[in-house]
Design a protein around this ligand. Structure first.
Ligand code: NCD
Length: 311
């Protein structure tokens, strides 16, 4: 890792696995059972130019549990962005204020742009329909926690594969761990061709279908996603696909006993609340795992080693 996390290409498989190991060691700290002020005196800038609940709050929780502190951009409508300040100028300023920054922005490529403007580490918390690598770290952590490994699993990615940045980053990482990928979406929300070409070029095993219920008995992970309403160029196009997949407990009769259901959240109507109490539901644990994985990442980027890990 060269100091920023913009896409999963910034991490080797070995680095991913060692971050997940560090994250595991930090579980008692995230639970509040231990206090470990590894990042005392360090400041994180939370720069969220788009709505966020989990990503922003878990970065903040992670930093504070490790004894560090956080400066928030706050509501973008009360920031100087509304006066016309450029992202470049805002980030140049933050570069001086803080030790690292998490950035979420509606424009694809914004995180790389910010990283080029700054000398502090930049963590991409989602750039438009581009990438969301810190989400991928917590997704991988959750998968490994449930299945004991990443390699060779069969994973269904479901819903908005076109605009969903979580599945763009996750599919790259899973392919590198030799997972078999099943893309489930309507044709208009299919995984972009350039990503499919890239994955197949890497030798990934990929299949595609529109049929969720028919496909899930065979898989180890079902990763549901929200249709990204805000990215559609027009409302009518969204209306055609809204609510297309709705998983409920009755659909799970024939699935593998250890199959897990994940979702980056927020869910709209993709997963009925009656799934929450099944043994397959993992999305709330998944959201919690955002704290430990972001702790591990911030320590790594600031050159702080997590006790118990390799130096
Ligand atoms: C996702 C995002 O922002 O891309 N949310 C998240 O970070 N957990 C998914 C979404 O908004 O649908």
């Amino acid at each position: 890792m060269d100091g920023d996390l913009i896409t999963m290409n910034d991490l080797s498989n070995e680095e991913i696995l060692s971050l997940l190991d560090d994250a595991e060691r930090l579980l008692p700290v995230a639970h509040g059972a231990e206090y470990l002020p590894l990042l005392q005196g360090r400041l994180l800038a939370n720069m969220f130019f788009e709505p966020s609940t989990r990503t922003r709050m878990s970065f903040e929780t992670a930093m504070k549990r490790l004894g560090g502190d956080v400066v928030n951009l706050g509501d973008v409508n009360t920031s100087s962005a509304v006066k016309g300040e450029t992202l470049y100028d805002t980030m140049r300023m933050v570069d001086g204020y803080c030790d690292m920054a998490a950035l979420r922005h509606p424009r694809q490529g914004a995180a790389q742009y910010a990283a080029d403007a700054c000398s502090i580490p930049i963590m991409n918390g989602g750039d438009g329909a581009g990438h969301h690598p810190t989400q991928t770290l917590l997704d991988l952590f959750t998968i490994r926690q449930a299945h004991g490994r990443l390699e060779g699993l069969k994973v269904a990615l479901v819903g908005d594969l076109r605009y969903g940045r979580t599945v763009h980053s996750l599919s790259h990482a899973l392919a590198r761990f030799d997972c078999e990928l099943l893309f489930i979406s309507p044709a208009q929300l299919a995984m972009p061709d350039e990503i499919v070409d890239d994955l197949t070029g890497q030798g990934a095993k990929i299949s595609m279908t529109e049929d969720l219920i028919g496909a899930i008995p065979d898989v180890d992970v079902v990763y549901m996603t929200r249709i990204q309403k805000e990215r559609f160029p027009d409302e009518d196009e969204y209306a055609k696909v809204a609510g297309i997949y709705r998983l409920c407990a009755a659909d799970l009769a024939g699935v593998k006993g250890d199959m897990i259901i994940m979702h980056p959240l927020p869910r709209v109507e993709e997963i009925h609340p009656d799934v929450d109490s099944t043994r397959h539901a993992r999305y709330f644990e998944q959201a919690f795992n955002g704290v430990v994985t972001r702790m591990a990442l911030m320590c790594r980027l600031l050159g702080v080693s997590v006790p118990g890990g390799e130096v």
